[in-house]
Structure formats: structure tokens, C-alpha cells
Design a protein around this ligand. Structure first.
Ligand code: ZN
Length: 275
């Protein structure tokens, strides 16, 4: 599943080729991809619009079409490809944007991806964007913000850090890296984190995600970005996926446990729970 850094990489690749392009027509071959509004309204609303910009919010790509945003969530396997009009359409290409000189095709073997078309002035007040927490780089992400959000959370921090309604963009791999760098035990109850630990979560969330974006994300699972750029961040993971490995800090054995059903890697020595 593409995570925030991969979506950021896809966004940047798409921007290079799509800004200023007009969408002459859109063909929807698998209606369930369109979550909102109806397929007919989506087709009418997108047709004839120019792509002015592409932004990202959480793991949503946001195509700025002037009066509205086309939101696209890739979920498990969604990908975009540029193709010529006469190139054969394969059965996994579900939404086809006619850009005049070429086509942008949305391909999704699992069909879990979703698109929305929402008026700009409504976008922050409507699902799915209204449900999202702060971006990692938002100025509002402070120790007091996290303290307030975590104060009633009796779950392990590993589960709570994945909660997209608090901070967006921290997936399972990145969560392990952030907690490892902050020397925070993944099982520690979120409401019990002290100020230093909250500060470290903010600091390392930003540094881990920044670094992953620089390297184009990870390619764990079958993810590739639009131009086939392979993420290199997976080569730099310190802890995730390293069971039977040794901790790069203390040389101790890295352990794998399940927290809230998610595979979790940590160093029991460096991330010892302080009581
Ligand atoms: Zn260690």
C-alpha cells in the first residue's frame, strides 16, 4: 500500500506532466471507483476542466480543477499511467482521462481505490478530507495538541500513532521507525507518554517522512510510482522488517510482536518501557 511518502512522490511525478493539461473527456469503466458524486455527475464535472495544480492531503491526491478538487486515493494497488490513445486498454484500467495528446489511465488490480469530485469551498467540511488529522508538517502539530488527543487513549502508542484522525500519513513501517528513533516502547499506553516522548514523536515523524520522501518512499509490496521510480527508503529502514536482525544502536536482538494486529518491530533494550 502506498504510504504518504509514495503518494507525495506520485504527486510530484504527475505534476511534471499534468499541470495546464485539459481533461477533454473521462471514461469510467468500473463505476465503484467513483465514491462521490454519481458517476454521471463525476463525468460531467471533470470534462472540459483544466488541471491547475496537484496537491496532497493525507494519502489523497487532489487534482485542482478550478472550481473543484478531484480526490484520488490509491488504496492498495492504484497507479496512474500515461498512454497513447491507440494503446490497448487492459482490464485493470478503470478510469481513462482524455488529455488530447495522450491519456492518463487509472489502473487498479484490486479495485479498492476511490475517486471523489468535491467543490473547493466544501472540501474541508466533507468526508473524506474532514476526517483527516494534521499533516506532519502542520504548525498546529505540537506537544499540547498531541497531549490533548492522547489523553484518553488507553491503547498502545503503536496503534494510536497510526490513527489518521490525529496525524495523517504514518503507516505501519514508518510508525516502527519513529518509535525506534524516539526510544519509545510500542506497547506504552498513549496517554502515559511524557512531554519529551511526544516531542520526539513529532520530531521523528517529520524526519522519517522527510527522508522517505527524498528517497521516493519504500517499495514494500508491489508499489511503484507513476514513472516507475522505485523507492529506496526500504534500504534505510533501521528496524522494520529486521526480525532476527541486530539493533543498529545496541547490537541486541530486534523482536517482532503483534500490536493491534499489526506486525511490530522493536528493540526491547533501546525501547524499554520506562515506569
Ligand atoms: Zn537496541
Amino acid at each position: 500500500m502506498p504510504e504518504l511518502p509514495e503518494v507525495e512522490t506520485v504527486k510530484n511525478s504527475l505534476k511534471l506532466r499534468l499541470i495546464g493539461k485539459k481533461i477533454y473527456k473521462v471514461v469510467v469503466r468500473y463505476p465503484n471507483i467513483i465514491a462521490y458524486p454519481s458517476v454521471d455527475d463525476f463525468i460531467k464535472g471533470v470534462g472540459g476542466k483544466e488541471i491547475r495544480d496537484i496537491k496532497r492531503r493525507g494519502k489523497f491526491l487532489m487534482f485542482d480543477l478550478g472550481d473543484s478538487y478531484l480526490l484520488s486515493h490509491l488504496r492498495m494497488e492504484g497507479k496512474y499511467f500515461f498512454k497513447k490513445h491507440d494503446e490497448e486498454i487492459n482490464k485493470h484500467e478503470h478510469v481513462i482521462f482524455d488529455l488530447g495528446d495522450m491519456e492518463l489511465r487509472y489502473m487498479d488490480t484490486r479495485k479498492f481505490g476511490r475517486m471523489y469530485l468535491i467543490k473547493k469551498d466544501m472540501v474541508n467540511d466533507m468526508k473524506p478530507i474532514s476526517e483527516l488529522g494534521l499533516e506532519p508538517w502542520d504548525e498546529g502539530l505540537t506537544v499540547s495538541y498531541l497531549k490533548d488527543k492522547y489523553k484518553n487513549k488507553k491503547l498502545p502508542i503503536k496503534s494510536v500513532i497510526l490513527d489518521q484522525s490525529i496525524i495523517v500519513g504514518i503507516g505501519n513501517i514508518y510508525a516502527d521507525e519513529i518509535l525506534f528513533m524516539g526510544h519509545i516502547n510500542p506497547l506504552k499506553v498513549a496517554s502515559k507518554l511524557d512531554d519529551k516522548e511526544l516531542e520526539d514523536i513529532i520530531k521523528y515523524t517529520r524526519s522519517v517522512l522527510n527522508h522517505a520522501i527524498e528517497l521516493g518512499g519504500t517499495t514494500i509490496r508491489s508499489y511503484t510510482s507513476v514513472d516507475g521510480v522505485h523507492g529506496r527508503f526500504q534500504n534505510e529502514l533501521a528496524i522494520h522488517g529486521k526480525d532476527k536482525g541486530v539493533c543498529p544502536i545496541c547490537g541486541g536482538k530486534i523482536e517482532k510482536i503483534k500490536v493491534g494486529g499489526r506486525g511490530t518491530y522493536y528493540c526491547p533494550k533501546c525501547q524499554k518501557e520506562k515506569v
